[in-house]
Design a protein. Structure first.
Length: 125
């Protein structure tokens, strides 16, 4: 019987999975101009490179910063999940229907204001 190899085999789907990784906390210093330096390991985990534009928001007092690359990957993943859960539904058609409804409501509100001020209504196109 041949000896077994107990070395761990690479798990491709885990080792090459796209997206950010977690990095332990680090203390960062905020300078007088409001700048911080993000350590290289954190930038790599965020899929961020020098010169990239980052997206930031504050949630419950916590600053969250992500790369546009990661945002686009998250949007793609969400679209794929939606498509899988809603076969036959066109996201484009949904968006167009939403925009048309919003435009209809805006026209209705504008015409109500115009009527209240003695002006003729706008025509629906």
């Amino acid at each position: 019987m041949a000896p077994r190899d107990f070395a761990e085999k690479p798990q491709a789907e885990y080792e090459t999975a796209p997206g950010p990784r977690s990095v332990p906390y680090a203390s960062l210093r905020l300078d007088s101009a409001g700048r911080i330096v993000v350590p290289a390991a954190m930038r790599a985990a965020m899929l961020a490179k020098a010169g990239d534009t980052l997206v930031a928001q504050v949630v419950d007092g916590e600053l969250r910063v992500v790369s546009r690359e990661w945002v686009m990957r998250r949007i793609d993943e969400e679209a794929k999940r939606f498509k899988a859960a809603n076969p036959g539904v066109s996201l484009v058609d949904e968006l167009i229907a939403d925009r048309r409804e919003e435009a209809r409501q805006e026209l209705e509100e504008a015409n109500a204001w115009r009527k209240a001020h003695g002006l003729p209504p706008f025509d629906a196109e």
